[in-house]
Design a protein around this ligand. Sequence first.
Ligand SMILES: Nc1ncnc2c1ncn2[C@@H]1O[C@H](COP(=O)(O)OP(=O)(O)OP(=O)(O)O)[C@@H](O)[C@H]1O
Ligand SMILES: [Mg+2]
Length: 280
Amino acid sequence: MMTPTEAAPVTPVGAQTTAAPDSARPAGPAPRRPGQTLLEVSGVSVSFDGFKAINNLSISIAEPELRAVIGPNGAGKTTFMDIVTGKTRPDEGRVLWSEKGVNLLRMSESRIAQAGIGRKFQKPTVFEAQTVSENLAMALRASRRPLDVLLFRPGPDTAGQIAALADEIGLTEHLPRRAGELSHGQKQWLEIGMLLAQDPRLLLVDEPAAGMTPAERQHTTDLLKRAAERHAVVVVEHDMDFVRRLNCKVTVLHEGSVLAEGSLDHVTKDQRVIDVYLGR
Ligand SMILES: Nc1ncnc2c1ncn2[C@@H]1O[C@H](COP(=O)(O)OP(=O)(O)OP(=O)(O)O)[C@@H](O)[C@H]1O
Ligand SMILES: [Mg+2]
């Protein structure tokens, strides 16, 4: 449940574009109509050596939205993310993006990333020898015009943007520290911050709670919920307490298809979900 404490206003990640317009970027994100479909996956299938890992899968994600994807090992959760990000090409089906209905299946991985799909892998991939602040600065640079990146020209108010991001991910006090000194959980938040620096429209996060302490898990749910106020965020997670705290719509995958969808209470009462996942 969303408590007043959890809902307490923390500088939204969008503040760096709205409060301090950055002329090096296109004038901030376009106005986003809430609740519109951002990602439409329909009838997608993919086989690996004859094994159908994804089987006629249809999922649609709105903007903004927070969505949890759960299901047993091998259900196809990671493969779903691989397909959306262009890492795996499906044998059939459609993957459409944004109000323009762009066909993601025709785009390279890097173009899909540029189109606004950010992905967080399970293992944190931060620059360990650089400080937290430098990591965020690099991520902000990467989202700027290529020439600025090449010439190492900082955009206006980079410091303000770094401060807003650090606040968003809860690492303000750690800005001067080397990323390599952070705990596993803190590295995960830094990587989420680096993704948010690029202002993705859709953020895909695979098993963020793995290896985290209970306190770190709590912080991670708060962070993802906050990010989902402005972005579409899809979280794959096995930890049911974590999913409950996300307090969002849940999609249950099984054998590469959607088995059930709805509130966590709704899907956990579904006998098929109990049989294949919860009752193991
Ligand atoms: N590149 C690949 N080559 C062959 N088989 C693959 C490949 N990627 C995934 N698979 C298979 O597809 C199925 C779905 O895998 P996937 O990793 O998507 O499951 P998952 O739901 O993410 O599971 P987990 O909860 O264990 O992470 C599994 O049987 C897996 O072995
Ligand atoms: Mg997986």
